[in-house]
Design a protein around this ligand. Structure first.
Ligand code: ADP
Ligand code: MN
Length: 344
C-alpha cells in the first residue's frame, strides 16, 4: 500500500515547523529533520522486545519508523521497490546543506476522517546542552514565561473541528479556520494560544480541545478517560526508559466523525497495534483497495503518541528522564481535574 510517488502538504498540523508532508493515500508522514532524530528512531527500532506487554515499551507510543529520504535515491526505498518520492527528493537536494534528510513515519492521522489534534510540549527544560548560548537564552525565556516553566508542559497548538458555537472572543486573536479536501471546517489555534495560557487557564485550553465539538457526552467521556489511561501507561513506560527527550511533544488525536465511532461500536482500543505495514506481505496483496479500506476502518478512534525526537538521545545506565516524566505527571493532574469538572 505504499505509493510514495506523491507527497502533499500535511492537512492537519497542530504545531511545529513547515515542511511537513503526507503521502497522497495519507499512510505516510514525512518531515525534514536532523541526524539526531533519525538516530533516535533507528536505535529505538533496533532493540524491540517482542515479549513485553503492549504499551510498556516506548516504541508502542511513537509513530512507526518507515525510513529516511535523502538527496539521491534512498537505498531503503529502493530495496522496497517503491517509486521514488520525487518531490521530497527534489526538495531535499535543494537544501543548501545536503545533510538535510526527511524522516518517513507512519502518519498518525491515517484512517481518521475528522480528527482533532493537540500538540503538547513536555518539559521545563527546552534546550539541548549543545544548543548555542543564544538559543539557550531564548528558550529559557520561553519556558520562564509560559506553563512550560510553571507546569512542565505547554500547549503548542491544536486543530479542532469547527462547530456552530463560536470560541470565546478572548481567543479570537489566536485562531484561524481552514477546510480539508472534503470541505470540512477546522479551527487552528496557533502557538501564541498556548503561550498565553497560565497555570490557572491551561485547563480552559485543554477543555476547548476535549469539549468544543459536537460529539455526544458519552464519546467525550470515553476519549478523556482513555487519554488519561494512556498517559498513565506512558508514564509507567517512561520510568523504565533511559532516554533524554528534550522538547518532545505529545500528540493527542481523536475522531469527530460519529459515524466512525458507530461503525466500531464505540470500541476505542487503548494502545494501537501496528498492522498497517507488513513487510512480509505478498507483492500481489499490496495494492488491494479492499485491504486498504479495511485498514482505514480498523484505525483507532483516538490515540496518544510521543513525537519530535530532534533533541533526543539514549542514555544507558542513567535512569529515567525526570524533565519528561515530571511534565507528564503534571499534565496527568490537569487531565484528572478536567475529568472531575465534567461531573460537576
Ligand atoms: P517540529 O520539529 O517541526 O516541531 P514535530 O515532529 O513536533 O515537528 O511535528 C510537528 C507537527 O506535525 C505536530 O504538531 C503534528 O501535528 C504533526 N505530526 C508529527 N508527527 C506526525 C505523524 N507521525 N503523523 C501525523 N502528524 C504528525
Ligand atoms: Mn515539535
Amino acid at each position: 500500500n505504499m505509493d510514495l510517488s506523491k507527497f502533499v502538504p500535511l492537512t492537519h498540523q497542530a504545531a511545529g515547523h513547515p515542511d511537513l508532508f503526507e503521502s497522497e493515500d495519507s499512510a505516510l508522514f514525512a518531515k525534514l529533520t536532523n541526524r539526531k532524530e533519525i538516530d533516535f528512531y533507528t536505535k529505538l527500532n533496533s532493540h524491540v522486545a517482542e515479549d513485553k506487554p503492549l504499551g510498556s515499551s516506548l516504541i508502542d507510543w511513537v509513530p512507526q519508523f518507515m525510513g529516511v529520504l535523502t538527496p539521491g535515491i534512498s537505498p531503503d526505498l529502493k530495496s522496497q521497490g517503491a517509486p521514488v518520492a520525487a518531490e521530497l527528493e527534489k526538495k531535499a537536494s535543494e537544501q543548501p546543506n545536503s545533510e538535510k534528510e526527511y524522516v518517513l513515519l507512519e502518519n498518525l492521522l491515517f484512517g481518521f476522517s475528522q480528527p482533532s489534534v493537540l500538540d503538547i510540549k513536555l518539559g521545563v527544560k527546552l534546550y539541548d546542552d549543545d544548543a548555542t548560548d543564544d538559543k539557550k537564552e531564548r528558550l529559557g525565556k520561553v519556558s520562564d514565561s509560559t506553563t512550560s516553566g510553571s507546569l512542565g508542559f505547554r500547549i503548542c497548538g491544536m486543530d479542532i473541528r469547527k462547530t456552530g458555537k463560536e470560541v470565546h472572543e478572548k481567543w479570537t486573536d489566536y485562531v484561524t479556520t481552514y477546510q480539508d479536501a472534503d470541505k470540512i471546517e477546522y479551527i487552528k489555534f496557533d502557538k501564541w494560544f498556548g503561550r498565553a495560557l497560565d497555570e490557572d487557564t491551561v485547563l480552559e485550553g485543554l477543555d476547548l480541545f476535549f469539549h468544543h465539538n459536537e460529539l455526544p457526552e458519552e464519546l467525550r467521556n470515553i476519549i478523556l478517560s482513555n487519554t488519561e489511561t494512556r498517559l498513565q501507561l506512558l508514564y509507567n513506560c517512561l520510568l523504565e526508559e533511559e532516554v533524554r527527550v528534550i522538547s518532545g511533544s505529545l500528540l493527542i488525536i481523536f475522531e469527530n466523525d460519529s459515524a466512525r465511532w458507530k461503525k466500531k461500536d464505540n470500541q476505542d482500543s487503548l494502545v494501537f497495534q501496528r498492522e498497517i505495514y507488513d513487510d512480509d506481505q505478498d507483492e500481489e496483496d499490496q495494492n488491494d483497495p479492499d485491504d486498504e479500506n479495511l485498514l482505514r476502518e480498523n484505525c483507532p478512534l483516538s490515540k496518544l503518541a510521543l513525537v519530535d525526537f530532534a533533541h533526543s538521545t539514549f542514555v544507558p545506565g542513567q535512569k529515567y528522564d525526570e524533565n519528561l516524566v515530571d511534565g507528564l505527571e503534571s499534565l496527568l493532574q490537569q487531565i484528572s481535574h478536567l475529568k472531575d469538572n465534567e461531573h460537576r
